[in-house]
Structure formats: structure tokens, C-alpha cells
Write a protein that binds this ligand. Structure first.
Ligand SMILES: [Zn+2]
Length: 145
């Protein structure tokens, strides 16, 4: 799965109008780009500091002094921030999919929850673009068979 850099970049949101997207993101408490990245960057800094604290306990941090240590700290911060970003996107995507399905109350969702294809005018229970089930309950039934 491709991880977009912002919540608004998720494919299921691409066929919505700007107003619909804003309303959906608000109902899911989805963070904007600034909140998303500042939050995950601060989590990255915290985890990198925690890692260096653990290394310090093992006596490794003394050998990672100077430029090497500084570079490693930055690399660790960015790596942790990216992992946290991916985790946030997956979590928000789940929330947004659930909200789209709930909003379609019994009917098929107008948007493919897998690829974001606009399925509003289509009767089929499967997305013509990617072939996935349009409702997650159908997906669960398929696996149960
Ligand atoms: Zn699809």
C-alpha cells in the first residue's frame, strides 16, 4: 500500500468535493498536514531520545559521540517519524472507511474503499477498477466461505 504524505491524499477521498472531504475529515478528527507532521516528528524525536537513552545504558552512546552520534540521532528521528506517520495514515484510513460506509447506511458506498474509484453510478457489489468488494461485510463473507 502506498502511504500518502497527508490524510487528504488518501485515494478514497479523491472523488469527493472539497466540502465533502472537509466534512468527512472533521467527523473523523483527521489532522491537517501541519498537525500530522508536527505530531509525528515530535513522536520521532521522543523515540530517538529513548533509543539513545537505552544505548547509553549499554555503554554504546559513548562510542557514538561527535558527528556520528549527531547524524545517527537525526536519522533515527526521521526513521521513527516516518514509521509513526505510516501508522497514523493506516489508523485514519480505517476511520475514514468506516465513516464512508456508515454514511451510506445500507446502500453500497459511492466510493471504492480500496482504490477510491467513483462507483456512484455502478450497481455491481465489486469495484470495476480494482475488483475489491465495495462493503467490508461482503469482504468478510467472502473470507468465511
Ligand atoms: Zn476499487
Amino acid at each position: 500500500m502506498r502511504i500518502p504524505s497527508t490524510i487528504a491524499g488518501l485515494p478514497e477521498l479523491s472523488s469527493l468535493s472539497a466540502d465533502e472531504r472537509r466534512a468527512l475529515m472533521k467527523s473523523c478528527d483527521a489532522p491537517g498536514p501541519l498537525r500530522l507532521w508536527s505530531f509525528n516528528l515530535s513522536r520521532g524525536i521522543f523515540l530517538a531520545a529513548l533509543l539513545f537513552l537505552l544505548l547509553h545504558g549499554g555503554g554504546l552512546a559513548q562510542r557514538l559521540s561527535g558527528l556520528l552520534g549527531a547524524v545517527l540521532m537525526v536519522v533515527a528521528t526521521v526513521a521513527f517519524a516516518l514509521v509513526m506517520h505510516a501508522a497514523t495514515i493506516v489508523q485514519m484510513r480505517h476511520r475514514i472507511r468506516t465513516a464512508i460506509e456508515e454514511a451510506s447506511s445500507g446502500d453500497l458506498p459511492p466510493i471504492c474503499l480500496n482504490c477510491g474509484h467513483d462507483c456512484a453510478a455502478i450497481e455491481s457489489r465489486r469495484c470495476p477498477e480494482c475488483g475489491s468488494w465495495r462493503r467490508s461485510s461482503d469482504r468478510i463473507l467472502e473470507h468465511a466461505e
